[in-house]
Design a protein around this ligand. Sequence first.
Ligand SMILES: NC(=O)c1ccc[n+]([C@@H]2O[C@H](COP(=O)([O-])OP(=O)(O)OC[C@H]3O[C@@H](n4cnc5c(N)ncnc54)[C@H](OP(=O)(O)O)[C@@H]3O)[C@@H](O)[C@H]2O)c1
Length: 259
Amino acid sequence: MTLEHHANPTAKIAIITGGSRGIGRSTVLNLAKRGVHSIFTYHSNQAQANEVVGLVTQAGAKAIALQLDTAQAGLFDGFAQQVQASLRELGASRFDYLVNNAGTSSNSSFANTTEAELDALFAVHFKGVFLLTQRLVPLMHDGGRIVNISSGLARFAMPNRAAYGSIKAAVESLTRYMAVELAPRRIAANVIAPGAIATDFSGGVVRDNAEVNKLVASNTALGRVGLPEDVGPVIAGLLSNEFSWINAQRIEVAGGVHI
Ligand SMILES: NC(=O)c1ccc[n+]([C@@H]2O[C@H](COP(=O)([O-])OP(=O)(O)OC[C@H]3O[C@@H](n4cnc5c(N)ncnc54)[C@H](OP(=O)(O)O)[C@@H]3O)[C@@H](O)[C@H]2O)c1
């Protein structure tokens, strides 16, 4: 995807994984409202990625969509080269913010989780986050910001989420290590933990299964499930200058679930 206009060289640039749908899409659109350009990834849904690029352009910002499977670390060197080319297209050589959001779910009990399922979750939710960040941080400005995405399920346990919830807990720990080791470059790292959000995630179960939707709502202080628009603006806001002193924190964005 190419850009029609010359980019504003002073605008901030974010990289968001999984920006084509759900929480990532809302993040890209809310960053655009704040004048932040995005380089975002999609996995297979190019049409929805193109739609997001169109909406960002309408909002007066720039977006470039790149295909990437974040579960395949072997692709990251090539991806970093694509990022460098995209930055040049935006009139920049470095970017400002990284949001590690891409992911898929699994719905197996602890007893029935297969090694393949465990490896797949680990690859996309932990190894990909670790190694992609490692690969991209050299392209980030000093003073840049990282937001990782965890889940309420890292704090409380529910059936059939053992692998997913515990790997998300590992991402929370990794976030604190990022904050420590990237501090010499004044890079802050925080982790957002959404509650159940009505997206396509997990087969759209929170959105489409009335029973699950009701159960989540009944366990949530504010009495409903979350929407992508409950989370995207928080991530975009957290990346703004006003919140630059927040570092190494886990922020749950869940309307008060299981409190
Ligand atoms: N929804 C919830 O209830 C919930 C709750 C807590 C935490 N989260 C977390 O929030 C994040 C986003 O979830 P969501 O609900 O927005 O999901 P979603 O609506 O299913 O969207 C997932 C996004 O990630 C991309 N993606 C999936 N697998 C990928 C891979 N292997 N490589 C690269 N991109 C990939 C998808 O790209 P394509 O469009 O190309 O498929 C899509 O853009 C995830 O980390 C999830 O664990 C979600």
